[in-house]
Ligand binder design. Structure first.
Ligand code: 13P
Length: 339
């Protein structure tokens, strides 16, 4: 596998205004999402729901890739087509989440470190056979009293770099996801400081581990006040703070930055991306790798009923269309009404 192939996958994921759907919720997370709409999480309901997303007519105009979960990459659509093959036929690249979750970090109350490095080389080999072309690993950084600590940031950055180098060895383009959580009452400046410190550590480790920067994508949080912060700011202020932070710490060699939505509403996540792209041109493509901001309205419309599939797919298609328009700074609220 050459570096050129890693690069071309990275570029393909951010080309033509398209972006990534994260559909890689773990069993616990998908259960939480299903509970919210009164659907029992079983292997079959999870398959039916992911199938609804992936078979949405013409969604490939807006989606370049989908991140799958270990169960999902092995599942099939109603007509028996394996999901990775179904996606590839629509020119959507199949990806895979390979971390095994953020766990409490021993000795560091309130902080987490992500697990999953053991045996990862063999798992990458299997995922590649199953059709995965790119991968994701998420590190979690929490803002609170006296945290994040440098030790937690460093531990997560180190794991992200070890993961990214194994991914590239397997010919799989890594998405490197350090998420500074939106939970809490911290202001935008604290988020800025935590995000800056995290990204500095992440790139320092990636370089130390000889990771090929042109052959990866960064998936960060936006620089945004905590959910419970009394001083919320405008879409433009989030966009400016995020772009300033990224310009200071993300090398121009990185082809694309694909944000997570992190608990923002679909509209806010779309507005923020739109405002950031209006501030361009930037050294990297600025795109999306959203789970909730693409899926929430769809899930609410579906509610586990086959008779709701058409409407849920129309809503999903429109959400993807709005988010894709934001990649050009061309999103407007009337596009929402079209749904
Ligand atoms: P959200 O967009 O819901 O934050 O999810 C993105 C993701 O993949 C988290 O790892």
């Amino acid at each position: 596998m050459t570096q050129k192939e890693l690069e071309s996958t990275a570029r393909a994921l951010v080309e033509d205004g398209r972006g990534i759907l994260a559909a890689d919720e773990s069993f616990n997370t998908i259960k939480k999402r299903f509970d919210g709409v009164g659907v029992t999480s079983t292997e079959e309901t999870r398959r039916a729901y992911r199938g609804l997303l992936f078979t949405t007519p013409r969604v490939e105009e807006y989606l370049s890739g989908v991140i799958l979960y270990d169960e999902t990459i092995r599942q099939k659509s109603d007509d028996g087509t394996p999901f990775p093959e179904l996606l590839a036929r629509k020119s959507i690249l199949p990806g895979i989440k390979v971390d095994t979750g953020a766990k409490d970090m021993a000795g560091f109350p309130g902080e987490k470190v992500t697990e999953g490095l053991d045996g990862l080389r063999d798992r990458f080999a299997e995922y590649r056979k199953l059709g995965a072309r790119f991968a994701k690993w998420r590190g979690v950084i929490t803002i609170g009293d006296g945290i994040p600590t440098d030790t937690c940031i460093q531990a997560n950055a180190h794991a992200l770099a070890r993961y990214a180098s194994l991914a590239q060895e397997a010919g799989i383009t890594p998405i490197v996801e350090p998420e500074v959580l939106i939970n809490g009452d911290h202001d935008i400046d604290r988020c800025d400081k935590a995000t800056t410190a995290t990204l500095k550590a992440v790139f320092s480790e990636l370089i130390a581990h000889r990771v090929h920067l042109e052959g990866l994508l960064l998936k960060p949080n936006m620089v945004i006040p905590g959910k419970e912060c009394p001083n919320q700011v405008s879409y433009g202020a989030v966009a400016e703070a995020t772009v300033r932070c990224l310009r200071r710490v993300v090398p121009a060699a990185v082809p694309g930055i694909v944000f997570l939505s992190g608990g923002q509403s679909p509209e806010a996540a779309t507005e923020h991306l739109n405002e950031m792209n209006k501030l361009g041109p930037h050294p990297w493509a600025l795109g999306f790798s959203y789970a909730r901001a693409l899926q929430d309205p769809t899930l609410k419309a579906w509610k586990g009923e086959a008779s709701n599939v058409d409407q849920a797919q129309q809503i999903f298609h429109n959400r993807a269309k709005c988010t894709s328009a934001a990649r050009y700074g061309k999103y407007s609220k009337d596009m929402e009404l079209a749904a």
